[in-house]
Design a protein around this ligand. Structure first.
Ligand code: EPU
Length: 417
């Protein structure tokens, strides 16, 4: 199994390009099931999660190909089996995103129920409830969601909590429903807006994406489109945290700067100098960061997907930071590993208190989920000595060649077997 070996002592310097957003690319590619025409999607990152979705879609009898340059074509004209098997869904929960498109276009779907998850329970009850409100008959048998509908009907849906993939799921399903669907309490994340952008390019009638009320007027059919996925705001934020912790001067190109407000505010507060030029961010840090407390909330607040990385910055900061996680109930798995590197962190329920230390010391550590892995990389870059990170398959799920990009910025990092 691959591991990452990080040796300390180097500041980060240079320029890298940010990849397309994982959490936009996944719903956008799932939307390819909504049409028999070819969908071309550009700027799709080279990630394990995208390969899982490719397997899932190909297994249904549709065509999926990705070029080296990140151009994906999906052609679901020959889809024979609207089924998502447990073997794939258990490795990636976002597989659930095929449920709405399959049901809307084929009138039936069989999708494995995702099981537990390292960061929280993550049920999909809102996805199911919303589709039922649109007239779907849904049962759960032997671990599978069985869904049927002759044609989905528009409905007024108010989700019990704000859910990102739940909003995307219902929005996709509603594009081909009969009549108008209103989703209230909708997620406002930029990835939801990007998914709506693709659906509109395919002929869907959607308004209000980016607000908490999305209105979809169903159409009889959708057509193919040629669409470019937005840049990954979490990947960009992760590299900014890396330079804030390790020091140096880096430039990130192809950023979705307008979607990164909360992260940029916090990192500036930590002392990172940030200069914005168009879609480029130049960030420099030559002092020890200052501690910054924060709480994770839905967009446009501070993202849970950035919590672990900014915690790693706080581990070497001057002062004490209080961090509250409000989206997932168990997203502090990285804390015990950061403590192995010498961090001073205590947890009380949803809150972690990080007392910055002058130095971390490298050690063998284990990644537990995607963003936890990223926080260990950041801590490893700031630590003295050698850090060996095990289970980096978590990192490969959501970062496109992270170690190559960091090596390009001068970090002493290598993938070892
Ligand atoms: N929830 C329910 N029932 C539902 C849906 C959600 O109780 O039917 C709860 C969840 O358990 C959680 C909260 O609602 O406590 C919010 O979850 P949400 O549904 O918004 O999360 P998600 O859609 O499953 C997406 C991202 C996550 C990101 C969250 C929050 C994708 C593919 N995944 O997950 O990304 O953390 O939104 O922003 O878009 C990551 O990239 O590392 C990652 C985990």
């Amino acid at each position: 199994m691959d591991k990452l070996l990080i040796k300390s002592g180097r500041r980060l310097n240079g320029s890298i390009a940010i990849a397309g957003a994982k959490n936009a690319a996944l719903p956008i590619l799932a939307a390819g099931l909504l049409t028999a025409d070819e969908l071309i999607v550009r700027n799709v990152p080279g990630l394990a999660d995208i390969r899982t979705l490719a397997k899932l879609i190909s297994g249904m009898g549709a065509k999926f190909s990705r070029s080296e340059e990140g151009v994906v074509t999906v052609n679901a004209s020959g889809l024979t089996s609207p089924e998502a098997p447990y073997e794939l869904v258990k490795t990636m929960r976002a597989s659930i995103l095929v449920l709405g498109p399959l049901l809307a276009r084929f009138g039936q779907a069989k999708v494995s129920l995702p099981g537990g998850c390292a960061i929280g329970q993550r049920p999909v009850d809102q996805h199911i409830k919303g589709l039922q409100q649109m007239g779907a008959e849904i049962s759960v048998e032997a671990g599978y969601i069985h869904a049927r509908a002759t044609r989905l009907k528009g409905a007024k849906i108010r989700t019990d909590m704000i859910t990102v993939t739940g909003t995307e799921q219902l929005m996709m399903a509603a594009t081909l429903a009969q009549g108008e669907t209103v989703i209230e309490n909708a997620a406002r994340e930029p990835e939801v807006v990007d998914t709506a952008g693709l659906l509109i390019a395919m002929g869907a009638k959607i308004s209000g994406a980016g607000t908490d009320r999305i209105v979809i007027e169903g159409v009889d059919r959708l057509h193919g489109a040629d669409y470019r996925v937005m840049p990954d705001r979490i990947e960009a934020g992760t590299f900014l945290c890396a330079v804030a912790a390790a020091g140096g001067d880096i430039t990130l190109t192809q950023c979705a700067v307008e979607s990164m407000g909360a992260t940029l505010d916090k990192l500036r507060e930590a002392g990172l100098e940030i200069e914005i030029k168009g879609d480029s961010l130049r960030a420099s840090m030559y002092a020890r960061p200052k501690a910054v407390g924060f709480r994770t909330v839905e967009y446009p607040g501070f993202a849970t997907d950035m919590q672990a990385q900014l915690m790693a910055v706080n581990c070497v900061a001057q002062g004490t930071a209080t961090i509250s996680e409000h989206i997932f109930e168990n997203r502090f798995m990285h804390v015990q590993e950061l403590i192995r590197l010498g961090a001073n962190i205590t947890i009380d329920g949803h809150t972690a208190v990080v007392q910055g230390v002058e130095r971390l010391v490298g050690a063998p550590v284990m990644a537990t989920d995607l963003r936890a892995s990223a926080s260990l990389v950041i801590a490893g870059l700031a630590a003295q000595g050698e850090t060996l990170i095990d289970r980096i398959y978590h990192l490969d799920r959501g970062y496109d060649r992270m170690e190559q990009k960091l090596a390009g910025l001068g970090a002493n990092i290598a993938r070892v077997n």
